[in-house]
Design a protein around this ligand. Structure first.
Ligand SMILES: NC(=O)c1ccc[n+]([C@@H]2O[C@H](COP(=O)([O-])OP(=O)(O)OC[C@H]3O[C@@H](n4cnc5c(N)ncnc54)[C@H](O)[C@@H]3O)[C@@H](O)[C@H]2O)c1
Ligand SMILES: O=c1ccn([C@@H]2O[C@H](COP(=O)(O)OP(=O)(O)O[C@H]3O[C@H](CO)[C@@H](O)[C@H](O)[C@H]3O)[C@@H](O)[C@H]2O)c(=O)[nH]1
Length: 329
């Protein structure tokens, strides 16, 4: 089977490509390299360097390749930026997905796995968060992801496109051998920033808020290893192949760690002091985000291999330590 991976040169996409290749799935990647890296992909992978919104390019890809299914990672995904530039998010995330779904409907491709996010829930009313929890995004990023989720539902009804929506919590870590890892520019995620301090690339880490209603006052998040996410995509594709129908799944470890706990764990793993300084809250940050992934375990057969913060930060450190400047291109 051949799978088109949109955004496959990005962080989670490139790790998923590795998992697909391991299972001998033929992979075709579409990525405009706005955030991704050619180097993150094995040389044998066919890369179309172009944009999801380029309808001619998409038509060509579907005509030239026998594509059985699509995994769709391509999006802008910075919460803060989305508040400042909401239309950019509607343009890329909603219009890009619309363009993809139109091409799929036209070329008779009926399976898609879509990257959604915990940000669709907004400020949770209960933790752990289950899939039926209220979806009330507090920023345009989450709003655009929810809009695509709804578009998928209608595309299924009208065009028979079956979907698996995966709502990831906080992706972190790197492929075990340290060959690929996270390299965002600018970087905004906590774990890579903390490790950049350990590497001496940054002076200190700023802790955004110490007055949250949590045990140590800092925000709590559910960190999930990128290879566990990659596995979930394979399982989602298999579910669609078995004809078990569409579904929406949370993906997290079901355990929350505070910003302070992340920093302390990174200090232990790296053996570096990692200076930290308190800073004001970051707009739009919920205090606690923890997933219930029971549905993914039950219906996809998903399990987490990297279920401790030590394992997650350990693999991230291996990547950052041996590639302090990330990918070359
Ligand atoms: N990283 C996380 O913690 C996290 C959590 C929840 C959801 N997600 C979602 O998962 C997906 C992947 O996240 P990531 O961290 O790997 O991001 P990323 O930025 O590393 O990867 C996205 C890739 O898509 C490409 N891209 C973006 N717009 C494109 C377009 N119009 N045409 C072609 N290519 C395009 C980028 O160049 C990049 O390679 C995103 O959809 C994101 O919203 C990420
Ligand atoms: O320099 C920093 C960076 C982050 N944080 C805090 O660390 C936590 C985690 O932040 P970050 O790594 O930026 O992740 P989130 O903002 O939680 O968002 C991630 O996880 C969400 C799902 O939970 C996804 O929707 C987003 O795409 C993904 O970026 C938050 O409380 C931040 O306030 C700091 O204190 N200092």
């Amino acid at each position: 089977m051949a799978v088109l991976v949109c955004g496959g040169a990005g962080y989670i996409g490139s790790h998923t490509v590795l998992a697909l290749l391991k299972e001998k799935v033929e992979v075709i990647v579409l990525d405009n390299l706005s955030k991704g890296h050619r180097e993150a992909l094995p040389s044998e992978v066919k890369l179309y360097q172009g944009d999801l919104r380029d309808e001619k390019l998409l038509a060509g890809i579907f005509i030239d390749n026998e594509i059985d299914g699509v995994i769709h990672f391509a999006a802008d995904s910075l919460v803060g930026e989305s508040v400042e530039a909401p239309l950019k998010y509607y343009e890329n995330n909603v219009y890009g997905s619309l363009s993809l779904l139109k091409a799929m409907a036209k070329h008779g491709v009926k399976k898609i796995v879509f990257s959604s996010t915990a940000a669709v829930y907004g400020e949770p009313r209960e933790v752990p968060i289950v899939e039926e929890s209220l979806t009330l995004p507090t920023n345009p990023y989450g709003e655009t992801k929810l809009a695509v989720e709804r578009m998928l539902k209608w595309a299924q009804e009208a065009h028979g496109i079956e979907f698996v929506v995966l709502r990831y919590f906080n992706a972190a870590g790197a492929e075990e051998e340290g060959t690929i890892g996270e390299d965002h520019s600018p970087e905004s995620h906590l774990i890579p920033l903390v490790l950049e301090v350990a590497l001496g690339k940054r002076e200190k880490i700023y802790i955004f808020g110490e007055d949250y209603p949590t045990e140590d006052g800092t925000c709590v998040r559910d960190y999930i290893h990128v290879m566990d996410l990659a596995d979930a995509h394979l399982l989602a594709l298999k579910r669609l192949q078995r004809g078990e129908g569409s579904g929406t799944y949370n993906l997290g470890n079901g355990k929350g760690f505070s910003v302070q706990e992340v920093i302390e764990t990174a200090r232990r793993i790296t053996g570096k002091p990692i200076p930290a300084e308190m800073a004001p809250r970051r707009a739009g940050d919920p205090a606690v985000l923890i997933a219930s992934s029971d549905k993914a375990r039950k219906e996809l057969g998903w399990t987490s291999q990297y279920d401790s913060l030590e394992k997650i930060i350990g693999t991230a450190w291996k990547w950052h330590h041996s590639n302090p400047y990330g990918f070359k291109s």
